[in-house]
Design a protein around this ligand. Structure first.
Ligand code: ARG
Length: 465
């Protein structure tokens, strides 16, 4: 086959075909317009393969040098936007290989020795995803640090803590934000764990059964910085569970972002008025001049649906595929690419947005005053005076009922009025009934007391450094 013929996709596989592919089928089966973004990984994988072929004496030193030279030029062409991607050449792999052959002749045709696009694409996706995971790790770190900064400044800021979206107990706003830091920390752990299984080498599996050439797979793995070699050729070419578990980890990050978004949106609403987001993260309304809408968190909440959807797409893609490689797997790319793009943009924007949150402590404290948030503290106080907790709970329920009918806070009742509910109540009760007293009292590991919040801030900073 001449070089020109290889550049013509209708003859790229073999002379077996007696009619050209229909234009519609060509477009339907081609992936080049989305998988071209794998080009760097494709070249890196090919260079490692060629280096090993040469070391094993399967490829001559001259051919190896020619391949290196050709690939360097292709890299330049792609970076400069001069590379001509051809639909006729179906995908990124055939496009690059055909150009290589155009540039260096026979050596280009020898590159594919002992390799198939099946193990090639699996390798490319893994290499690409590995570097994306590394970027995501950096972004997750930055977001956590941004939240830790706001948390540190708000270790003392009182926020009504909610259960069932009803005022429950006062918490420090910093404590609340650090809950999200915990979530993102676990997300980072999950990503690191997924990375280990992404970072394994399929090359050498060839089409599905391995190859008869004496390839040194361990060597290629080392060159590519991969931790292991896939140990079964059929599995190596057909496994996409690394992509699925990455998507699951990404979906969880987005679910965490979505929960935070929901809170930011609520907190910024007039009914709460707890925070303000910087203008650059909001938009106005074309009809209502007074509006400032939290578009960024709303969009992030919406985009979480899209990432969860990609997870469903990928996992369904795998179901029902017999071993080994099937073209179905080409459908892994768009959801995976979009997941990565959406996640990275979202993490970037959230780190910036967190740094621009204006906190309104008076509004938070006023809201905490409205829901009898220290009722549990009164019950605990009575327990310390000898009452069993269940009885104390009952006594306080009566006190709250009375206070509600008079529209007064528990702390606004006089000592005599409180003593009418239980004679054990003394003047020291007012410290207990204060929001600040309630906060300070929860000085236990993982609790909301400002000292605990500050200790967590120190721990997070050390961990994230
Ligand atoms: N573009 C293909 C993919 O993404 C490459 C592998 C094609 N292999 C094949 N035997 N048709 O999966």
């Amino acid at each position: 086959m001449s070089d020109n013929q290889l550049a013509n996709k209708s003859q790229a596989w073999s002379a077996l075909f007696s009619e050209p592919m229909s234009e519609l089928v060509k477009r339907y089966t081609a992936s080049v317009f989305f998988d071209k973004r794998l080009w760097k990984a494709d070249i890196e994988g090919s260079l490692a393969h060629a280096e090993m072929l040469a070391a094993q004496g399967i490829l001559s030193a001259e051919d190896h040098a020619a391949i290196q030279r050709g690939m360097a030029q292709i890299r330049e062409e792609i970076e400069a936007g001069r590379f001509e991607w051809k639909l006729d050449l179906e995908d990124v792999h055939l496009n690059i290989e055909a150009r290589l052959t155009e540039l260096v002749g026979l050596a280009g045709k020898r590159l594919h020795t002992g390799r198939s696009r099946n193990d090639q694409v699996a390798t490319d996706v893994r290499l690409w995803l590995r570097s994306e995971i590394d970027e995501i790790a950096v972004l997750l770190n930055a977001l956590q640090l941004a939240l830790v900064d706001v948390a540190e400044k708000n270790a003392e800021t009182i926020l009504p803590g909610f259960t069932h979206l009803q005022v429950a107990q006062p918490v420090a706003f910093g404590h609340h934000l650090l809950a999200y830091v915990e979530m993102f920390a676990r997300d980072a752990e999950r990503m690191a764990d997924v990375r280990r299984r992404v970072n394994r080498l399929p090359l050498g599996a060839a089409a599905l059964a391995g190859t008869s050439y004496p390839l040194d797979r361990e060597r290629v793995a080392r060159t590519l910085g991969m931790e292991a070699v896939c140990q079964n050729s059929l599995d190596a070419v057909s496994d996409r569970d690394f992509a699925i578990e990455f998507s699951a980890a990404a979906a969880l990050v987005m679910v965490h972002v979505s929960r935070l978004s929901e809170e930011l949106i609520l907190w910024m609403s007039q009914s709460f008025g707890f925070i303000d987001l910087a203008d650059r993260f909001c938009t106005g309304s074309s009809i209502m001049p007074q509006k400032k809408n939290p578009d960024v968190p709303e969009l992030a909440r919406g985009k979480s649906g899209r990432v969860v959807g990609h997870l469903m797409g990928l996992i369904t893609l795998m179901k029902g595929q017999p071993l080994a490689y099937n073209k179905d797997n080409q459908e892994d790319k768009e959801p995976l690419f979009d997941t990565v793009d959406t996640l990275k943009d979202t993490l970037r924007i959230f780190a910036e947005m967190a740094a621009g949150i204006t906190v309104k402590p008076e509004a938070m404290e006023r809201a905490a005053m409205r829901g009898y948030a220290t009722a549990t503290d009164l019950a605990d106080y009575l327990v310390k005076k000898g009452l069993p907790f269940r009885d104390a709970h009952e006594v306080v329920a009566h006190a709250v009922k009375t206070a509600i009918t008079q529209a007064r806070d528990l702390s606004a009742l006089s000592l005599e009025e409180l003593q009418a509910f239980d004679a054990r109540i003394e003047a020291d009760v007012f410290e207990v009934l204060s929001l600040r007293g309630s906060l300070n009292a929860r000085n236990i590991l993982g609790g909301t007391a400002p000292d605990q919040v500050r200790a967590q801030v120190v721990r997070h900073r050390a961990r994230l450094a």
